[in-house]
Write a new protein. Structure first.
Length: 205
C-alpha cells in the first residue's frame, strides 16, 4: 500500500514523505499509530503543510535532545557476567539492563525500545544506538567481561567514560558435574559398609 507519513518514522522516512509499505505494516502499525494516512488524492494536497509543521517540531525536539545526545555519545558501559569457556554468557545483556544503567549512572531516562543493539550473548565489545529523535542517534559501547576479571580500561575506547559495574547476568543453576554425581553413590556405599564392619568386629571378639 502507498501511505503519506504525517510523522517522522525512524528508518522509514520523514513527515510528508510518500512511501510504499507492506499492507500489514501499514494497517497494523502506521495507520493505527497515527504515523501515516493512505496516500489518497485528497491527502496529497496536504503534503507541504505536513512537511512545514513537522520541520518546526523536529527542530524543537532536536534542540531539546541535543544535550542528551552529547552526553550519551561515546559512553562505555561495562557489565560483568559469568560465561562458558567459549565466551557465551549464561543469559544475555538486555536493552532494559542498558536502559537501567544509563538511568543509574547518567540520570538519563531512556526507554528500552529506543535502544538498538544486536542480541548480546557473548563476552566482548558491542555497539548500541540510542534513538532519541530521527536525527539524533548517539552510539554507545557495551563491554561484557568475565566475572572476576579486571576490565582493561586502557584498551577501551573513551576509557575515561567507562561506567562499571552496572549489573551481573545471573546464570541458570548449573547441574552437578559428572564427578560429583559419581562420588555420591560411592559415599553411600561407604556409609553402608561401616555397620557391616562393626558387626564383623563384634563377632571376632
Amino acid at each position: 500500500m502507498k501511505v503519506l507519513l504525517i510523522k517522522d518514522v525512524y528508518k522509514l522516512g520523514r513527515a510528508g514523505d510518500i512511501k510504499r509499505v507492506a499492507d500489514g505494516y501499514g494497517r497494523n502499525f502506521l495507520l493505527p499509530k497515527g504515523l501515516a494516512v493512505l496516500a489518497t488524492a485528497e491527502a496529497l494536497k496536504k503534503v507541504e503543510a505536513i512537511r512545514s509543521e513537522a520541520a518546526v517540531q523536529r527542530q524543537a525536539l532536536n534542540s531539546e535532545m541535543s544535550g542528551v545526545a552529547e552526553i550519551l555519545a561515546g559512553k562505555v558501559f561495562a557489565f560483568a557476567s559469568k560465561a562458558g569457556e567459549t565466551g557465551k554468557l549464561y543469559g544475555s545483556i538486555t536493552t532494559q539492563m542498558i536502559a537501567d544503567a544509563i538511568q543509574a549512572k547518567l540520570d538519563i531516562k531512556v526507554d528500552r525500545h529506543q535502544i538498538e543493539v544486536s542480541p548480546i550473548r557473548m563476552l566482548g565489545e558491542h555497539k548500541a544506538h540510542i534513538r532519541l529523535t530521527v536525527d539524533l542517534v548517539p552510539e554507545i559501547t557495551v563491554i561484557v567481561h568475565r566475572e572476576g576479571e579486571v576490565l582493561a580500561v586502557e584498551k577501551t575506547p573513551q576509557a575515561a567514560t567507562v561506567v562499571e559495574p552496572i549489573a551481573e547476568v545471573v546464570p541458570p543453576e548449573e547441574p552437578a558435574t559428572e564427578a560429583a554425581q559419581a562420588e555420591e553413590p560411592a559415599a553411600e556405599a561407604a556409609q553402608a559398609e561401616e555397620p557391616a564392619a562393626e558387626a564383623s568386629e563384634a563377632t571376632n571378639e
